[in-house]
Design a protein around this ligand. Structure first.
Ligand SMILES: Cc1ncc(C[n+]2csc(CCOP(=O)(O)OP(=O)(O)O)c2C)c(N)n1
Length: 308
């Protein structure tokens, strides 16, 4: 498996690297052994958050210049979830939702291949034919979203049933409401499949809030099915502690409150976000400025020839 550091160093001589990222992302761990001994590394998480944040700023720029065929689903504001979950699940197969750039990058995806996919180039992860929501990479492996929200939840469940590999699946709060998703949660619980279900709960299905869409709570539903679970904030330390605990109890479900800064699709905003975890993390990491500069410089070099 190709690790994030490796991609950064080999392709672009970038200084954004830590031994922890090399360990967690390139080790290609395929089982749960050793997970409970992994310690929280704030710096490594912040580094991945910055990479995703600055990468997506470039995606927004390319979209505005009409260089991206089709639309884009930005995860700006939601980076802390995959940046932290991947610390504990690096090497696991990953099933993506449509809002997947930060997930792909955090799990060691190749930034150049993602860029090329978005630009519709044959060197992209789906040969330029899938675009933003459909990132496939056999080297992780990560599997793409096809069009029905939450459809990858039963796909991930079938994959875990067939392979017995610990598998992580990310989806939104609306994806978790689909009938086939609910059936899959129940099936995973019944058959004790090694799945970590990660719900990125930004409260929105395009524009509609959860409170308008439903009268029930997903955590209560999956708990009734027998899945251990938790609903938490997107603070990396809290995510880390919760996910590490849940990894000893798979199948399990974690719902993480997150704040989407941009519109559902495209690059519009409705004013300042409610909160910004990157800004909050910046205050708690000793060399935050250096890390951010490294990430910014790296994505600048990565996108330069396409955005000049
Ligand atoms: C089965 C189905 N119904 C509706 C849609 C249209 N749709 C695309 S994305 C989306 C909202 C998804 O919300 P969520 O799963 O919470 O993820 P988020 O976009 O908030 O990250 C909807 C309703 C769809 N693609 N598939």
């Amino acid at each position: 498996m190709r690790g994030l550091d490796e991609a950064l160093v080999q392709n672009h001589d970038c200084e954004v690297q830590t031994p922890v990222m090399t360990r967690t992302l390139t080790a290609g761990r395929k089982d749960l052994e050793g997970v409970q001994a992994i310690a929280f590394d704030r710096r490594a998480v912040f580094q991945k958050m910055c990479l995703a944040r600055y990468f997506e700023h470039k995606v927004a720029d390319a979209f505005e210049r009409k260089l991206i065929p089709g639309t884009i689903y930005l995860a700006i504001g939601q980076e802390s979830t995959p940046a932290t979950v991947s610390e504990l699940t690096g090497g696991f197969p990953v099933f993506n939702q449509h809002r997947c750039h930060a997930i792909y990058l955090s799990h060691g995806g190749d930034p150049a291949m993602l860029r090329d996919e978005l630009l519709g180039l044959s060197t992209g992860s789906c040969g330029g034919r899938g675009g933003c929501p459909s990132i496939y990479d056999a080297s992780i492996p990560t599997f793409p979203y096809h069009g029905f929200i939450g459809e990858h939840i039963p796909l991930a469940t079938g994959y875990a049933l067939a392979t017995h590999r610990p598998t992580v699946v990310y989806f939104g709060d609306a994806g978790s409401e689909e009938d086939y998703a609910l059936t899959a949660f129940g099936f995973a619980a019944t058959h004790r499949l090694p799945l970590l279900f990660v719900c990125e709960d930004n409260d929105l299905s395009i524009l509609t809030r959860k409170g308008v869409r439903r009268s029930w709570d997903i955590l209560e539903v999956v708990r009734a099915m027998g899945l251990p679970g938790a609903a938490i904030q997107d603070d990396p330390e809290e995510i880390f502690a919760t996910v590490r605990h849940l990894l000893s109890k798979l199948p399990a479900f974690v719902s993480i409150k997150s704040c989407r800064h941009y519109w559902h699709a495209g690059v519009g905003t409705d004013g300042p976000p409610q909160w910004d975890r990157v800004a909050e993390m910046r205050e708690t990491v000793a060399d935050a400025e250096e890390i951010e500069r490294g990430a910014r410089d790296y994505v600048e070099r990565l996108w330069r020839s396409h955005l000049d």
